[in-house]
Design a protein around this ligand. Structure first.
Ligand code: FE2
Length: 668
């Protein structure tokens, strides 16, 4: 008689337990056990509990291949689903094998778990496992399919609403509750304050401040105190929510005729624009991508939109100062170049219009498309291409937690006809068009932080915390991925012959990048090195990059300096504006409520989070990957300490890339 010890773990989420009958059958290379009920004294399967059982067979089953799990209801009750986290089997030969499950089991459903070492397709030898692998992928490709939402944009998943998503990938009960609560609570709060639907203009800054700081953060407080200062304005282009546009300027664009005389008063005494450009101290934020876009029609008129250009100077005190702003691409008398020496309201308005373009690009391209849409594509390709036993499935899937629900829920709520983001200057049509433009020009290298920083000439810019923390994170993720990939792919030939891996990258190339050759996205992998780089990009993008563009949304949604829409076109001549013009230009009270509610929802501190580098669900069974994960976690924790130490000396700490404050996936 051979005895197998089974340690069965039920998931810890609400309702994970069941009072139904659970049966298992162990399938080995040399036979299979009887179908055995798992039944101890008392309740067997309660949320978060681990229970131990014995399964007997006449003789050893040989190499253990599969654990078959079945559930039968109590005869008079309805199906009571069970979330099985994992089963750990100790064989008579004292081998301990992990069988990850991580799924709901329903009545009559046949669930067969693979256990042990991660395996690539060409390593499979046993016909039963070859067949099992094929069956798993056939089911996955039927369940998860690609769909086209808007032609010219990355393809999306096939689930139209959250209720259609498989239970395994949906929000926990607590996260659902908190998301619903935040939505309802902010609506109730703004309604109570008389803001919802109000078409009134703001009348003074203090009123805006009262509303904004009712959900205060240290950064939000700093913003309300310093928003008028040029020094803080420049800071935001490096360390705000959108550090993605600014670049070093070695030559002025021909359509931005800034003269020496214009900017001389703002440069170091005795210097010139030409000299400062040569020294690498001049920077440009150019929003030409937005030129000519259709805008939302409000009260019968299209809203104004300015595709501006902003010139910045890194002064000897290492402060990035705006020194010239032109609001439209074509220079003309009606399109003056605004300067810090203009009237306070003219300069404030120029800065506001430039930030309006920046805020829209931030949300549409750098947040929605470059993180959420790409994360969605990476997730769909992964679940369709890799079975759960594949090492890259085990490595990647924790980084896609909640990603499909966030985008399935967020797409209509953000950019649908009534979406909050669609209330920006562009509206749904314009948002889709700007994303289409961005996708057609997107390159692989722009998605890799070290290359992006180098291409924009920002390697030596002082006080650039986004770059400093981001490059360290990139390097830590890269070492982690390198160790994992080299463990499972000791040579290039292993990469080349992994047909599942090749199918994965091909799906991403076709469905996320629309088979655009110019993007430089690989269509296949030939070397271990290529694979390491791509996986590093994927994990960095869905964790760090998303955190950098997501987590500061409320902090920087201060309407008088960073509005998502403007109601009035900028002045065509200088000296005609006043503070009243600013209030007439920025969103009105009701529009402010919509944007603030959106930012609150997307930055709320939810309790159900998995921090960066945490893997609460056990998937790897071998010592090597477990050790690699531990080293990764240690490096992340050291970086977090260093960032905290640096931040303690800063008037405004940069917190968005602190691993301890970042999630392990694009989860909101
Ligand atoms: Fe997000």
């Amino acid at each position: 008689m051979a005895e197998y010890k089974l340690e069965v773990t039920t998931g810890d989420m609400t309702n994970a337990g069941t009072s139904d009958y659970i049966f298992v059958t162990l399938i080995g290379a040399e036979g299979e056990s009887e179908r055995t009920e798992l039944d101890n004294y008392g309740i067997d399967f309660t949320a978060g509990k681990v229970r131990t059982y014995t399964v007997k067979s006449k003789a050893s089953l040989g190499k253990l291949l599969l654990v078959k799990v079945e559930k039968d209801p109590l005869f008079f009750l309805l199906d009571d689903e069970w979330f099985c986290r994992k089963i750990v089997v100790t064989t008579p030969e004292k081998e301990v094998i992990l069988f990850p499950c991580n799924r709901w089991v329903s009545k009559g459903e046949l669930v067969e778990l693979r256990g042990g070492k991660a395996m690539k397709v060409f390593e499979e030898e046993h016909p039963l496992l070859i067949e099992h692998r094929k069956k798993e992928l056939t089911l996955a490709t039927c369940l998860y399919r690609w769909a086209i939402n808007v032609p010219g944009l990355p393809h999306m998943n096939n689930f139209l609403t959250n209720s259609m998503l498989p239970d395994e990938i949906r929000f926990s009960w607590s996260k659902t509750l908190e998301v619903d609560y935040t939505t309802v609570a902010s609506f109730a709060e703004f309604t109570f304050k008389g803001m919802t639907g109000s078409t009134e203009d703001w009348e003074n800054i203090e009123d805006i401040k009262k509303v904004f700081l009712s959900h205060t953060t240290p950064t939000a407080e700093y913003v309300t105190e310093h928003w008028k200062e040029d020094e803080f304005y420049g800071y935001q282009f490096l360390n705000g929510s959108n550090p993605n546009v600014i670049q070093r300027c070695l030559k002025l664009p021909s359509n931005f005729p800034v003269t020496e005389e214009m900017v001389k008063p703002f440069l170091q005494k005795g210097s010139s624009l030409k000299k400062e450009m040569e020294k690498g101290n001049i920077f440009l934020s150019d929003y030409k991508r937005m030129d000519g876009l259709p805008t939302r029609v409000q009260n019968g008129e299209p809203l104004p939109l300015t595709a501006g250009l902003g010139l910045f100077y890194m002064n000897p005190e290492n402060k990035l100062m705006p020194i010239a702003i032109q609001l439209y691409q074509q220079p003309s008398e009606q399109n003056p170049i605004f300067l810090p020496s203009d009237s306070e309201s003219d300069w404030m308005l120029a800065k506001l219009f430039l930030k309006n373009a920046d805020a829209i690009l931030h949300e549409a391209i750098y947040h929605l498309m470059n993180t959420h849409y790409l994360a969605e594509g990476f997730t769909v390709a992964t679940v369709r291409s890799f079975p759960a036993i594949h090492p890259l499935y085990k490595l990647l899937i924790p980084h896609f937690r909640y990603t499909l629900q966030v985008i399935t829920d967020g797409r209509p709520k953000l950019i649908g006809a009534k979406g909050a983001l669609s209330k920006c200057s562009l509206g749904t049509e314009g948002l889709n068009e700007i994303m289409r433009r961005a996708l057609s020009g997107m390159t692989y290298s722009s998605l890799c932080l070290p290359e992006d920083i180098a291409a924009r000439g920002l390697e030596s810019v002082p006080n650039f915390y986004y770059r400093d923390d981001g490059l360290k994170l990139w390097s830590i993720i890269n070492s982690f991925v390198k160790a994992m990939v080299e463990h499972y792919y000791p040579s290039d030939s292993e990469v080349r012959k992994d047909s599942e891996l090749q199918a994965w990258i091909n799906e991403i190339y076709i469905h996320s990048f629309l088979a655009n050759k110019n993007s430089g996205i690989p269509t296949s992998f030939q070397t271990v090195e290529e694979l390491i780089k791509f996986i590093t990009m994927v994990i960095f993008r869905v964790t760090a990059k998303h955190a950098s563009v997501n987590n500061g949304q409320y902090d920087y949604s201060w309407i008088p300096s960073c509005p998502l829409m403007t109601r009035k076109a900028p002045p065509k001549t200088k000296g005609q504006s006043s503070m009243k013009t600013l209030f007439e230009t920025m969103p009105n009270v009701g529009e402010t409520a919509i944007f603030l509610a959106m930012a609150l929802l997307l930055t709320y501190k939810y309790t159900d989070v998995v921090p960066m580098g945490s893997y609460p669900v056990e998937r790897f069974d071998e010592p090597a990957p477990k050790k690699i994960i531990k080293e990764f976690q240690e490096k992340l924790s050291q970086l977090s300490e260093a960032i905290e130490k640096r931040n303690s000396k800063l008037a405004l700490p940069y917190i968005y890339l602190d691993p301890a404050l970042m999630e392990n996936s694009t989860a909101i």
